[in-house]
Design a protein around this ligand. Structure first.
Ligand code: FE2
Ligand code: FE2
Length: 295
């Protein structure tokens, strides 16, 4: 955990939780079990989760988005898998709280950013971007697009989900945005990186937040079909792994007045050690809420 000004959570600080890609039904159920407890213990002002794999591991549909919102997610980001199910076209057209990367062609349905007016008077803008290195090159240059967006707009607190494969592209984006946004996290690899920190000009950064899904999986999928495919080159049907679930997430405190990140930490809670994981989280960031704890 990195803390530049102070620990704790006061009204001039915004606490944002970002949850790594939620993969399939088991992950959605675990999210519903653990997120209310996380919310109760650390009192975030805003919770974002990447939902591009929420429907059977590929795509997002109204039911899976609804379950994520019901679990306590305030805004869903996505990435290259967002269009895997056709229902996403209408879903994103109709729901501004589900983002697709902003650098898709302008004719593509949905929005790439969202601005929330929070109850303490602060405003938080969330931007979803997609990388181009080792990915299908259908999107516009994410560096130029985000640069233009930030020049057009004067929001103080900006959170970026940069959905990208290559570490170098994500690191370069982090330094490019340092001092211009509050936080940039990467998603898409489904593997949590240990490099969460605050860059020198005040931007919270992490190369990849990770995943909500099975630790004993290959990026959320059952292992055998994937190993068999590597052994034989023959296409196998991939299935979501449902056991040994975990939720990877990161917590960022932002000074609402300056837009700078002041505290950044990353977490993993396992389903079978959930209480211990929650205790550890409370010990570092605890702000237990009023009223009865969620069951
Ligand atoms: Fe993903
Ligand atoms: Fe992805």
């Amino acid at each position: 955990m990195q803390n530049k000004e102070k620990t704790g959570h006061e009204s001039e600080y915004l606490r944002v939780v970002f949850i790594g890609d939620v993969v399939g039904r088991g992950a959605r159920r675990f999210l519903a079990e653990v997120l209310p407890k996380v919310r109760y213990r650390i009192r975030p002002d805003f919770v974002i989760a990447n939902g591009e794999n929420s429907a059977g591991g590929l795509g997002i549909i109204p039911k899976t988005a609804g379950e994520m919102f019901q679990a306590g997610v305030d805004l869903i980001t996505s990435g290259n898998h967002v269009w895997d199910k056709r229902e996403a076209l209408d879903l994103l057209r109709e729901n501004p709280r589900i983002l697709r990367p902003v650098n898709y062609p302008p004719s593509v349905p949905g929005n790439g950013y969202y601005t929330e007016n929070l109850s303490n008077g602060a405003t938080l803008r969330v931007i979803n971007l997609q990388g181009r290195v080792f990915m299908e090159p259908v999107v516009d240059n994410p560096f130029l697009i985000v640069d233009r967006l930030l020049k057009e707009d004067s929001e103080k607190c900006v959170f970026v989900d940069f959905h990208a494969e290559a570490t170098a592209e994500k690191q370069a984006m982090g330094f490019f945005l340092d001092g211009r946004v509050s936080v940039m996290v990467g998603t898409h690899t489904h593997v949590q990186t240990s490099d969460v920190r605050i860059l020198s000009n005040g931007t919270g950064y992490q190369t990849d937040v990770g995943m909500t899904g099975s630790i004993n999986s290959v990026i959320g999928m059952k292992r055998k079909p994937i190993i068999d495919r590597f052994l034989t080159g023959i296409y196998q049907r991939f299935e979501v792994a449902r056991n040994n679930l975990m939720m990877d997430f990161s917590v960022f405190d932002i000074n609402a007045r300056t837009g700078k990140c002041v505290q950044a930490s990353t977490w993993r809670i396992f389903q079978d050690e959930m209480n211990q994981g929650l205790e550890n989280l409370s010990a570092c960031l605890g702000q237990e809420g009023q009223g009865a704890a969620p069951a």
